[in-house]
Design a protein around this ligand. Sequence first.
Ligand SMILES: CC(C)(COP(=O)(O)OP(=O)(O)OC[C@H]1O[C@@H](n2cnc3c(N)ncnc32)[C@H](O)[C@@H]1OP(=O)(O)O)[C@@H](O)C(=O)NCCC(=O)NCCS
Length: 303
Amino acid sequence: MGPTRSKLHKEVVENLGAPSVAVRCATPEDAPVCGQICFDAFHKISTDHGFPPDFPSPDVAVGLLSMMFSHPGFYCVVAESDGRMVGSNCLDERSAIAGLGPITVDPSIQNRGVGWKLMEAVLVRARERNFPGVRLLQSAFHNRSLALYSRLGFDAREPVSVMQGPPLRKQIEGCSIRPAQVSDIENCKRLCMQVHGHDRAGELADAIKAGTALVVERHARITGYATALAFFGHAVAETNLDLQALIASAESFAGPGIIVPTRNSDLFRWCLENGLRVVQPMTLMTSGLYNEPAGAYLPSVLF
Ligand SMILES: CC(C)(COP(=O)(O)OP(=O)(O)OC[C@H]1O[C@@H](n2cnc3c(N)ncnc32)[C@H](O)[C@@H]1OP(=O)(O)O)[C@@H](O)C(=O)NCCC(=O)NCCS
């Protein structure tokens, strides 16, 4: 039998004088350095292409990674080379499908195999934990990450648009919105199962605790929910009307914006007509189990 793809890759990069890299589990103490790298990496790739960076300041990236590196529902790794940290990656293990990211590598050492190793580390973990699928969102203008993820087995599934704008502050007739409660989790799980074929209860439970989750009801029945109307939140609903009611109720869209599946033309057009503007295109990529959604949804930046 010939060498595996991974071994071949290692030999090739070693022959080219690639840096020696070790990958280990992240600790909360790694967050300040990794957060700075995360900020620098996104800032460079986005500004090189004329897009606004995903993180407005290093502090925001440090805050996010501090949360992920200390949360028991995330598996996070860092890469070290010559005794210094050069990148990190995370796997969100809170729900039935694992979400991957943010993966970032110090811009001074990119394109030399570090990203590949950080990807392999979390994909091995996902296999060990028997996740039926792993998903991520890829910046559509970034050729390198598209090539990297595709070669590691991810399929491009859905073009999406990050959208931002002033809050709509509207009510949609027939829909009522209220904060989600722990007692709503079972109904929301069922709804997510119906639309996606799996639930995202772990993320919803965290969002209820954080006070960002909302449900929409029609005829006294839950017809949709959102963990947050934000870059890091997802929403699932029976219809576009339910999603519109959730979007229209938001006080703001945290982070770069909400993520709208571009092929959902009615919803996409409705967002445009209501003053939201496209910030950047992304692509939902999946590996393993995937069902074509049977309803309306907004992915989070994880999936
Ligand atoms: C994405 C990122 C993590 C990848 O890490 P990296 O260390 O640069 O990536 P690697 O060197 O391991 O792998 C990149 C591969 O893509 C290949 N590649 C790069 N540009 C390519 C292109 N235009 N077409 C095809 N392949 C390409 C490289 O040749 C390399 O493969 P090889 O090692 O077999 O030659 C890193 O570039 C980064 O931090 N980017 C900014 C932040 C970001 O965008 N994160 C991802 C969010 S979606």
